[in-house]
Design a protein around this ligand. Sequence first.
Ligand code: NAD
Ligand code: IPM
Ligand code: MN
Length: 360
Amino acid sequence: MTTTKTQTLLLLPGDGIGPEVTEEARRVAAHLAPDLRIEEAFFGGVSYDNFGVPLTDEVMARARKADAILMGAVGGPKWDNVPRDKRPEAALLSMRKNLDVYANLRPAFCFPALAGASALKTELVEGLDILIVRELTSGVYFGQPKTIETLPNGERRGIDTQVYTTSEIRRVAARAFELARGRTRTSRFAGVLSCEKSNVMDSGLLWRQEVTKLHQERYSDVKLDHMLADAAAMHLVKAPKDINVLLADNLFGDILSDEASMLTGSIGMLPSASLGDPGVPGLYEPVHGSAPDIAGKGVANPIAAILSLEMVMRWSLGRADVADNIFAAVGKALDGGARTADIGGSMSTRQMADAILNHL
Ligand code: NAD
Ligand code: IPM
Ligand code: MN
């Protein structure tokens, strides 16, 4: 007799629009995977308000035991003056670091119906399908020292430290090469485009050297190009369809993915998956934040959260068929004219999710 283990998805709605958009992802999950156990916990500002810390040990332990974690968004003006280690964003950084989910996949896909909603000319983004692979657990986000100190002359000095080791670079680059193998392209940068600032940063120089070395050792079948990160920012708006897999460190990857979101129509469209080594639960989250300016109004775009669920199904739960179904339903809802305000319409969060559910 075979027994199938019940899979668990831990939802961390968080703050601002986080609960609004994760609720819609939860409805989609309940509809498509009724056997999935869905748990929920406090995370971010709402955890700080209830427990004095943005991430409790109990929630961290539950995250480790889950098959996947779907986070909404954290942060907001309410917590802007809380000490850094207690801020909602610290919960997110701790969760990423504790799970060691070093490879952050951020697909920027332009749905055909939205090509006209992009800030760029339609022909530049029609058919756009970029995968950003962002290093997520090292770099300037975590390097020490990291502090604000007072100098003898009374001036204050803020310090952040950019650090990368060879193994940190190699493991995320390996992921990018492997993903590129499954995404054949004929465009100018058809394989991996690795971005750093090796012209001014030693960590950037090491990055370029290690990526080149790994490529020669194990991935010479994949096309590899290098570009300085500032030039990549330019290229993303000049000829984005040249790019297939864009590999970058933690900070450059953060910035370039927000930029890429606008090619797809809105930051409310971009999902992400943060993956570690096999056996580690994946952490999934929309790329957008808690959007304090629209929180509580029921108008946020739930697509980034719903597509993050799509990635949960594909990368952590082994349910590619369900993932394909979600992806197709989002496309059909958009084809049918469903639009929230950020992509030029007037639908509420719930109406947009209903339009998607109608195609499932
Ligand atoms: P943001 O992404 O929250 O908002 C930027 C702009 O995009 C706003 O105008 C917002 O209304 C809009 N927007 C974002 N998501 C949207 C959606 N789903 N539908 C429609 N419009 C959407 O970025 P911000 O304003 O710089 O940050 C706000 C807070 O969120 C800060 O505290 C920041 O630290 C936090 N943040 C959290 C995450 C996360 O939890 N992963 C990511 C980014 C920012
Ligand atoms: C993101 C966010 C986070 C980051 C913040 C909220 C810590 O901007 O996920 O893109 O900088 O990584
Ligand atoms: Mn960001």
